[in-house]
Structure formats: C-alpha cells, structure tokens
Design a binder for this molecule. Structure first.
Ligand code: BGC
Length: 824
C-alpha cells in the first residue's frame, strides 16, 4: 500500500461493530520532532530530539544551545559504566529542562570498520562493552524522567547508500554480535523506545522486518515503542504487520490514519494497532505526557559547575595514552621555558561529526590552546602555529562575514516563490551567526508545504586579491552570486536520502579569484514544497604560503612540542563512509616534520575513530583524545601536566594499514548488498583470527605508572540465569594486580573467554582498579551471563557450550595474560 491523502480516523462508537481504531493517529508523527496527540487515547504530543552527543536544537538554530557531551567512542574508552551513567544523567537533565520526552540515542551500532562515517557516535567494536556502557547511558538518561530511543536496529554500520543498502548477515553473527548491545540495553535498562535502522537486513528494510521486530518484542519481551528512523518507512501494510509502532517524522505518510485504514480494510490485524497504541500510551505514562498528567521532574539536578565537573572527568578518563617514551608525559613544567603548540585542532578542536545531531555548544568553550596557556602560566613562553590548515570550506561566519548592514553574521531572508506575485517581498529576514540552515516543516515567514526561496547574503573583507573556494547547496535549485554576478547554479539533490543530503549540508563548490576589499556573496535557493528545507553557503581562502614552515620553525626552538591534530567536523559524516582510516595528509606531514626537528614531541589525536598513525614510532608521546566533549581543553591540560593520570583503554582496534581493516576492499555489490562474511569476525577477533598484529590492540592503554597481573583464578558456580535470557550466571574471575611503578594509577583488567574448540577469545568481563604505588589489589570480575551463549542457527535457539571454558585475564585483547579454566 502506498501513501495517500490523510482522512479522518472514525470516532469511537459504542454501537459500532468494526475494529477499534481509537488512538491510531498516535502512530504517525506530527512534524519533524513531535508525535501526534490523541484526545481519544488521552495522550499529549511528545517531543523526540537528537542525541546522542547533546540535545539538538529543535529549530536547528545556532542560538539554541546545549552541552556537547563526549562521543560514544570517547565514553567507551573510559570503560567506566558509572561515569557513562553520569553523562546519561546530564543529557537526561538537559532533555527534561527542554521538554523532551525521549532523546534519540545512544547509537549502539558497532563500528564494524574504521571507515564507517558515523563511527564516532558508536561505542566500541565489542558487543559486550557496547551493551554494558550503552545500558549505563540509557539508565542515566531515564533516571531523569526522559526516555532513551536506542538506535539503530540493526547492522547500520554502512553510511553510503544507507537508505537502500542491504546488510547480509548470518543469524549467528546477527544474534551474537550486532543485536547483542541492543539486547543488553533492553534487558538491563529497558529504553522507552527503539529505533529501527534505515538499511535492509537480509533483503528487508528494518522498519518492515517482522523477524527482527519479533526478536525485540517476543524474544526480549520489549514493552517500549518501536519507531522508524526518520523517513525510514515505505509501506503501510508491511510496516504495520511487521510490528512498527510509530512512523517519524510527521505528518504521517504510512502509519497514523493510513494504519487505521489498513486495519479497517482488513489488511492489518486490529490487534497490531492496539499493540502500537498501547506502547505509545505507555511511553506517555513514562514521560508524563498523559493528558492532564504531570511531567516527571529530574531525579537529580546538577548545577552548571557540577555539570562541567562531570564533563571534565569524563573527558580526562577517556584519553588513551598510546606511547610515552622516556616518560615524557606528564610534562615537567620546571624544565620548559618555551613550549610550542602546533596543529589546527589546538585552536579549533573538533567535538562532533557532520550529522543532524550537531549540537550548538552551551557556555564557555576553552580550547586546548587556551587551557595550555592557563595551565603553564605566564612563566612559560607559549608559541602557536596551526601548521596545517583544514582543506574543507567552512561557514561564512567563521571567516568573519558581515551582513549588508555591517552587523557580524549573514543576512538570512525568506521570499515567495519566483513566479509568485510580489517576488521581492521579504517574508522573513534576520542576521544570523551561521550559514547553513535547516527547517523541518514551516519555513519562517512562509509556513509549511509551500514553494519559496531562501537567501543568504554575506560580505567578506579581503586584504588582498586571492583565490577562494565558494560553495552553495540546499534542498532546491541554488545559485551563487558574487558582487551581483551569477557564478554558478546548483541542481537540487537526488531525493532518495533527503536526511543524508541535508545532514551533510552538501554544496557544489567553485574556485575563483576574488578582488581585494569587500565582496558580497549571495546564495539563493528556490524550493518546492517539502517536509524539510535546507540552504548552505560555505567558503575557504586558498593558502598563500605553506603553514608547515612556520610550525616547524617554532617547534625547532622550543623545549617541547604539543601537536594537536585530528578530524574536522566534516570528516565524520552521516550518510557517507570514508575511504581511508588515515588522518588528513596535512596532519601526518605536520607530525613528521615536527618530530624531525624536536625529539620532545607529544601528539594528541582529536579524532573519534580508529586512525592510522604511521609516525607513531617517531614521537615520544601519543595520546588519543577522541571527541571528548566541551571540557576537552582543560581535561587535556590536566593530563599533560600530570594533575590527572590517563587511564582510558582503546574501545576499537587500531590497524597498522588500511589493508588490515576487516573487509578492506569489499563494498556494496550491484544490488547494494554488503556481505558481512567478508569482514566477520571483525575488530580484535579479526586480528586474533589472522594472526596479524594490530598497530594498537583493543583494550590497550598506558598510564603514568606500571602494572602487572599477578594471578587469575576462576571462581563461582555456574547457574542458569534467571531472566530467561538462556545465559549462565555466577561465574567470575578473581584477579590480582600489582602497581609496580612510582605513582598511584588506575588499570582496566579484562577477561576474555572461549568455549572448548573455539579459536578466538571474546571479552566477557572487566573491572577498573585504583592501585597505589607499590600496592597490590584484587578484583572479582563477574562474567557476562549472555557471553556464555552461542546461537544455534539450525535449532533457532541459544545453547551454552558444555565442557571446559578458557578464561584469560589480560590488559588488552592481544596479550596472552593469565589463563584459568572453568567447567560448565
Ligand atoms: C538518523 C537518526 C536521527 C534522525 C533524526 C536520521 O537521519 O539516522 O540517527 O536520530 O535522523 O535526526
């Protein structure tokens, strides 16, 4: 059945003998971010907002700010469920304060490959670690009276062609690996909503996949709402019969009134509609959105200072020290008179990827460079050079643009469609501090469902004539005009992944010579009626001289150098995968050049994914800093100076070369199918299987002291677990750890296990231990009950392999550690 015009849902009638359609309107969205209310069902509208790195502005307005939290990878590097729950509480509190009923996060997909465009949102390549930390995030959010919409079920780790691609996954891999984090979150934290992914799994779109939805609702007894990803439905009967409860965004094209019609015509059983209405009503109960009901208050309100404190702790705990030759870190302030800070990310750190879920930061943003100044004080001379300039074009406001009236910013205007009557009549105009705008539903001054035009006008001041790249794009036909002269026309994007195109803020770019003085740039976009509209203008000046030379000069004369390199916001993107795990070549070139002139070099990598680090042997210290949230600067300074010791551990394996990535070179086939067999098992299990060493192993990380495992003993009595998940409870490993170094520190002890006859080990438990210098500590690490199960595809059931299990206590996945055994 295809979409049709909305008709009214018949009112409930006591005499009627037909199916009960009450509340059917609840199953379709109202607009971009709200569900529809139903007076008959006694349910109010509910706001569902992106996540997961913070609360996104409903109006996509740069003035509507919230705290930027650490990315999923960054949180996973803490290996600390309590800290992740604290971050969940923060985001939950911000959600409640903004009237949100559910936050669209966490993203519990697995970064199957470092190439996945959206890997920064994801936690870890390991399903157990992802499940434990994902559940902690959900529990933290929901403790504040706002729901988590855990996403995207399932196998949504390819961004290219994400709406149409097909993940071909065998049932064992699906159950044991890709569904596992979702199962863990459902069983231990019960997210109020689950979002079905865009992609197909074994041929069927996830939001219309009855086998998948049955796993959630029947196998896991999930009682929350199953919602589509935005625009991720394309068939009423298929989605409704499969078990989808809610179509987003609105207005409804496939569910809502269409759901009611399909039930009335007998195409969909009435019980299915009752199930969906009951689940959405339960969400309203939980979120305090029953008509006349009270909205629940956050369990614990944190002051802005406390919020900053949690963010700072989480950021510092996520940093992973990969090299520290000659104990260069922490830097000895007394031995440094001149410190060179180099790299674009020191002054312009990257906090997030290029997705819809872009958070506009709230309050003060201290850069690493500012924080290093603060930490070293006036007694140390600090020199800064970017050394490499990001190649991508940026917003006009970042380049110091002004509106025609001289105000800083750009002038944004909305006008009627060009064929309308008064075509020059300006319906809306405002000076704004961004040059990329998105509207779901109504366009300001114009309203919803009408054609029109949006225009950005900005002036740039050029000291001398130079070559510039200018870019324009949007949801309709865009034009770029410079000083009144039409430079380029850009066709509208293909309609198959509107969300992707808009999220990427795609532009067509042109390079041209601009004269000295003031230049007026105008981007105008004519759009047809649509549910989302977007316009973007970007620019970048061409570099006159090579910035590397200046950076090398300051590095050569400094006592030590801190290089901060990494990604830009556009490097990790929704809806597009990357083609290499390498950093921008200009960053690699910069590190090489600096290391060649100064041995005392520390490199900080601000990228939230596994990256290639070809120069790792040439620098003394190397710190992975991910996208650690908006307290990045001060957290980094505290680790560099030793106020905090780094204790993060890698949540993803770092390959030495692109060729070592599981499934390297295998892409979508002609039918847009990705065969997971080419990359499974992925992550550290791939490296175990090939015998090849990763550059840095999953679970690896150094600190400012030394640790050694002393003993590991399997303990406990295995019993069938009690929550009907068919696992094994009660097994643990008692581990003794010695801090053999000279300062107190924290280590993460990991337990990997395998059943008799299996080749690879899988993570089954972990614990963090704080140990004083020279001390020994003991932990009893409880093993994951679900980790003992294996999926028997023939019987379509879980089994627990009997016999002897080998349990390996180790400090990363590639280490032999200490082996112990338990019989099941
Ligand atoms: C993304 C989701 C997101 C939704 C709403 C989709 O394109 O895949 O993760 O929650 O948009 O912004």
């Amino acid at each position: 059945m295809t979409a049709g015009p909305a008709t009214r849902i018949p009112a409930p009638d006591a005499e009627a003998t037909g199916p009960d359609l009450t509340g059917a309107e609840l199953t379709g969205g109202l607009n971009g971010w709200s569900t529809t209310a139903s007076a008959d069902a006694g349910v109010d509208e509910m706001v569902l907002l992106d996540g997961p790195l913070g609360i996104v502005s409903k109006a996509m307005d740069e003035r509507d700010t919230s705290l930027i939290m650490p990315s999923g990878t960054s949180l996973a590097a803490t290996w600390d469920p309590a800290l992740v729950s604290d971050i969940g509480q923060l985001i939950g509190q911000q959600g409640t304060e903004r009237g949100v009923s559910a936050i669209l996060g966490p993203n519990l997909n697995l970064p199957r490959s470092p190439l996945t465009g959206r890997g920064f949102e994801m936690f870890s390549e390991d399903p157990y670690l992802t499940g434990v930390l994902g559940a902690a995030w959900v529990e933290g959010v929901q403790s504040q009276g706002v729901g988590s919409c855990t996403k995207h079920v399932v196998a949504n780790d390819t961004e290219t062609e994400r709406r149409r691609m097909n993940s071909r996954v065998d049932p064992v891999t699906l159950r044991e690996t890709y569904l596992r984090p979702f199962e863990a979150a459902v069983r231990s934290a019960n997210p109020w909503m689950l979002m079905m992914a865009y992609n197909r799994v074994n041929g069927t779109h996830c939001s219309q996949h009855s086998d998948l939805i049955n796993i959630l609702k029947k196998d896991w007894n999930y009682d929350g709402v199953v919602v589509s990803d935005w625009y991720g439905v394309d068939d009423t009967v298929a989605a409704a019969r499969a078990g989808l409860d809610l179509e987003m965004p609105g207005p409804a094209r496939y569910l809502g009134v269409h759901f009611a019609e399909a039930v009335a015509s007998g195409d969909v059983p009435e019980a299915r509609l009752r199930d969906a209405v009951e689940r959405i009503s339960r969400l309203a109960d939980r979120a305090g959105r029953r008509t006349g009901g009270a909205v629940s208050a956050p369990a614990r309100l944190r002051s802005p200072e406390e919020q900053r404190d949690v963010l700072g702790k989480a950021a510092a705990a996520s940093f992973v020290l990969l090299e520290n030759r000659d104990n260069l870190l922490p830097l000895d302030k007394s031995g440094i008179r001149t410190l060179a800070v180099v790299g674009p990310n020191a002054a312009k750190p990257c906090f997030q990827g290029g997705t819809f879920a872009t958070v506009r930061p709230e309050g003060e943003l201290v850069t690493p460079l500012d924080a290093i100044h603060e930490a070293f004080g006036p007694g140390v001379e600090i020199l800064y050079e970017p050394g490499a300039v990001p190649t991508s074009a940026v917003s006009l406001t970042e380049l110091g643009s002004t509106a025609p009236d001289g105000m800083p910013g750009v002038l944004l205007e909305v006008l009627p469609h060009a064929s309308g009557k008064a075509t020059d009549e300006v319906l809306y105009s405002e000076v704004r501090q961004a040059s990329s705008f998105v509207w779901f539903g109504p366009v300001p001054g114009l309203g919803a469902g009408l054609p029109g035009r949006a225009r950005i006008t900005a002036r740039l001041k050029l000291e001398s004539s130079a070559r510039w790249t200018l870019g324009a794009g949007g949801t309709g036909i865009s034009s770029l005009t410079v000083d009144g002269k039409l430079i380029m026309e850009v066709p509208p994007p293909a309609p198959d992944d509107v969300m992707g195109v808009v999220a990427r803020a795609e532009t067509q770019q042109i390079t041209l010579e601009l004269p000295a003085g003031e230049v007026e740039v105008v981007v105008e976009m004519a759009f047809r009626p649509g549910r989302v509209q977007a316009i973007t203008a970007v620019a970048a000046p061409e570099q006159a001289s090579d910035p590397l030379t200046d950076a090398v000069a300051i590095a050569a004369r400094a006592d030590a150098v801190i290089v901060v390199v990494g990604d830009e916001q556009g490097s990790s993107r929704e809806s597009a995968d990357r083609t290499t795990a390498a950093l921008d070549p200009a960053c690699d070139r910069l590190v090489d050049a600096v290391a060649a002139v100064n041995t005392e070099t520390v490199v900080v990598v601000n990228a939230s994914r596994a990256v290639l680090l070809p120069w790792a042997d040439k620098v003394k210290a190397l710190l992975m800093a991910w996208f650690p949230g908006q307290e990045f600067g001060r957290a980094l300074a505290s680790v560099l100076t030793g106020s905090t010791a780094p204790s993060g551990r890698l949540p993803v394996s770092f390959p030495a070369r692109n060729e070592d990535i599981p499934g390297w070179g295998v892409g979508l086939d002609a039918e847009l199918t990705l065969d997971y067999a080419a990359s499974e098992p992925m992550g550290y299990r791939h490296f175990q299987g090939t015998g090849q060493a990763p550059r840095y192993s999953f679970g690896f990380g150094l600190g400012y002291t030394e640790f050694a495992l002393v003993e590991a003993v399997a303990a406990g009595k295995a019993v069938q677990d009690t929550n009907a998940a068919d696992g094994v409870e009660g097994v643990g490993v008692r581990v003794t750890l010695r801090n053999s170094g000279h300062s107190a520190g924290r280590d993460v002890v990991q337990v990997y296990g395998r059943a008799a006859g299996e080749t690879g080990f899988r993570l089954m438990g972990f614990a963090s231990l704080d140990v004083g210098a020279g001390d020994t500590a003991e932990a009893r690490i409880a093993l994951d009950p679900l980790g003992f199960r294996r999926w028997d595809a023939a019987a379509s059931a879980w089994t627990v392999p009997a016999g002897e299990w080998e349990l390996r206590a180790a400090r990363n996945a590639a280490e032999d550690g200490i082996l112990c055994r338990i019989a099941l």
